[in-house]
Structures are given as C-alpha cells and as structure tokens.
Write a protein that binds this ligand. Structure first.
Ligand SMILES: Cc1cc2nc3c(=O)[nH]c(=O)nc-3n(C[C@H](O)[C@H](O)[C@H](O)COP(=O)(O)O)c2cc1C
Length: 201
C-alpha cells in the first residue's frame, strides 16, 4: 500500500498503515475474523485489569444489523452500509473489585475502552480488513434498541469492512478518501509541565 504518511521518529509500519477508509466493498466479514479482532481488543490494558469494554456486534445481512445501523447519522449510513460488520463499543462505568460485593465507579472506563478499540483497529489491518470508528450515532436510540443499562455507555460504533474503490462513495466523501496526517509531535508533548498550546486546537 502506498501512503503519504511518514513518521518523525521510527515506529512500526503498522501504525502508519492503519487509517479509516469509508469505501468498503460490501463483503461479509467472516465470523471467525470478527472474533480475532475482538480477541485483540480483549488484550488491551485497563485499570485494575477491570476490562470495562463491552462490544455489541452485528454482521451485515443478519437481524442484528438493522438496530445498530439505524443508530448511525445519515452521513455515516451513506458509506457504512457497505461494511461487513458493525461493532458498538461500550464501556462499563462501574466495576466490582475483587473481594467487594458492590459495583464501584470506574474513572477510566472510556480510556480503557479506547485502548481496546485501538487494538481492534490495528488487528483489523493486520488481517486485511479496515475498521472505521464513528461518533456520529444516536446514543439514546442505541440505549433503547440495544437494551443498554445505565452503567453501559456507548462510546462509538465501528464499521469493519474490506477496503473498496472510492467511486462507491457519495461525491462529497470521495475527495476525503485518503490517509490523513498528524500535527507535529512537538504540538502534543511537553517536558515536565504543559505549555499554552496543550488544550484546545
Ligand atoms: C471516537 C471517534 C469518532 C469518530 N467519528 C467519526 C464519524 O462519525 N464519521 C466518520 O466518518 N469518521 C469518524 N471518525 C474517524 C476520524 O475522523 C479519523 O479517525 C481521524 O480523522 C483520523 O484519521 P485516520 O483514522 O484515518 O488515521 C471517528 C474516529 C474516532 C476515534
């Protein structure tokens, strides 16, 4: 794969090769491949090894697909309809520590679920598929149609698919169908104490 992405410091190629395409072929994602992706997510680190991530998955052309797909924004529906599977990433806001009998709040639930999604996305690329996270979905609708209790927070819906030709996309999205870049590392890191550029933009 050719990509304009370059790293300022040496990293494994897989971090540059993962990106979020929208053009998918509509190919079904084999059930065992999805389990491989979720297995990678399972090995993410988490506070207290609490593993607060939960995943609701839906393969295309199955009864589970509609309720998840219908939560997506119209723009996201426009391209994600060609995905092979959708995965709703949830995080549990509470956990029960060993030796305790009541759940306690878990501050890091979103952080930990984010790590798990990152692992899933990298494993998808390694397996010849691509994963694209979406924050553009109706959280209340997801809560209702997926039967989520208060303690499970929907974080993102991930479309997983086989990368296709951008001509399948609506015109407005075709121009954006390429790997993007990153601001210089210096804009994100600070020695010892944050500088004025640390928040916002
Ligand atoms: C939490 C989250 C929410 C996102 N929401 C959307 C979305 O609703 N629609 C979309 O097309 N892309 C969405 N993206 C994709 C980002 O725009 C993309 O990851 C970012 O531009 C970096 O590009 P890359 O993933 O190709 O490296 C989202 C990504 C994340 C992690």
């Amino acid at each position: 794969m050719t990509t304009p992405r370059t790293a300022d410091h040496p990293i494994d190629r897989q971090f540059l090769d993962r990106w979020s395409p929208r053009a998918f072929t509509g190919e079904a994602l084999p059930a065992e491949t999805l389990l491989t992706l979720l297995e990678a997510a399972r090995w993410a680190p988490s506070a207290f090894n609490s593993q607060p991530w939960r995943f609701v998955y839906a393969h295309r052309d199955t009864p589970a697909w509609g309720p998840v797909f219908d939560t997506l924004s119209a723009t996201n529906q426009g391209w994600a309809r060609q995905a092979g599977a959708l995965v709703v990433v949830l995080s549990s806001t509470h956990w029960t520590p060993p030796g305790k009998d009541a759940p306690e709040p878990l501050r890091s639930h979103a952080f930990d679920a984010g790590a798990a999604w990152g692992y899933l996305a990298l494993q998808a690329r390694l397996a010849g598929w691509d994963a694209h996270a979406m924050g553009g979905f109706d959280r209340e609708r997801a809560r209702q149609s997926l039967g989520l209790p208060e303690t499970l927070e929907p974080q993102a819906v991930v479309a997983i698919g086989r990368r296709g030709d951008k001509s399948v996309l609506p015109d407005a999205l075709q121009a954006r169908e390429a790997p993007n870049g990153r601001r210089p590392l210096a804009g994100s890191i600070f020695e010892g104490r944050v500088g004025p550029a640390a928040s916002g933009g």
